[in-house]
Write a protein that binds this ligand. Structure first.
Ligand code: G3P
Length: 218
């Protein structure tokens, strides 16, 4: 399972990269705005800065919602850096654009996936990744993890190579549930990744090991 970090914060991306378990980064317009990144030039430079920190794929989202606009913006984003994956919303023109990109070797991440049918359509169009938003489904009392299981089943039935990138992950249990459900990637806040470290018995066990060592070694 690959771990991506879901942020545009360079400090957090560096911290996750430093931990040695980072496989990529996802961003979206809300995450860019949260970091105060605005204006086309600054936004494009920020994507390049992210690519220079991590080794893996970096999702950069288009703003256009019409076919020609998505193509134009996506091609510009893809030309920025070889690690860029063009993030396209699950809308009619988005699906058409994903087909266009996949025929030209431009990798895509189809975002805002909330149903198995949307995931099937994105895979048919040739998306590299689909991003089911599991936390937002949980927010409306629908199981986000069940969606991951359904998509896994459909993709395995037909051998689709599109990778399931579980998004809108809010906590470490979401990561475990997605791993159990067979997600290929989890894109997470740094806090959720770091919370995987924690167990009180680890802390108690380490304290005892060190105390016993020091009893005989001073
Ligand atoms: O990857 C999608 C993610 O950024 C959305 O997360 O917490 O706003 O639902 P959230």
């Amino acid at each position: 399972m690959k771990f991506f970090i879901d942020t545009a914060n360079l400090q957090q991306i560096r911290e996750a990269q430093d931990l040695g378990v980072l496989d990529g980064v996802t961003t979206n317009p809300s995450l860019m705005a949260k970091e105060g990144i605005s204006g086309t030039d600054r936004i494009l430079k920020h994507y390049v800065d992210i690519c220079e920190i991590v080794d893996g794929d970096v999702s950069a989202e288009v703003i256009a919602t019409d076919y020609e606009g998505i193509i134009r913006e996506g091609e510009n984003l893809a030309a920025l850096h070889q690690q860029i994956v063009v993030k396209v919303p699950m809308i009619r023109d988005g699906v058409k654009a994903i087909r266009h990109f996949s025929q030209r070797g431009i990798r895509t991440n189809c975002t805002l996936i909330f149903s198995p049918g949307q995931a099937l359509l994105a895979a048919k169009a040739g998306a590299t990744y689909v991003s089911p938003f599991i936390g937002r489904l949980d927010d409306v009392s629908t199981s986000g993890v069940n969606l991951i299981e359904d998509i896994r089943q459909i993709y395995d039935n037909y051998g689709f190579e599109t990778q399931i990138l579980a998004a809108s992950i809010r906590h470490s249990m979401h990561i475990i549930d997605c791993a159990m459900a067979g997600a290929d990637v989890a894109t997470c806040p740094l806090s959720a990744i770091l919370d995987l470290l924690k167990h009180p018995l680890t802390d108690i066990g380490l304290e005892k090991f060190l105390a016993d060592y020091h009893k005989v070694n001073g």
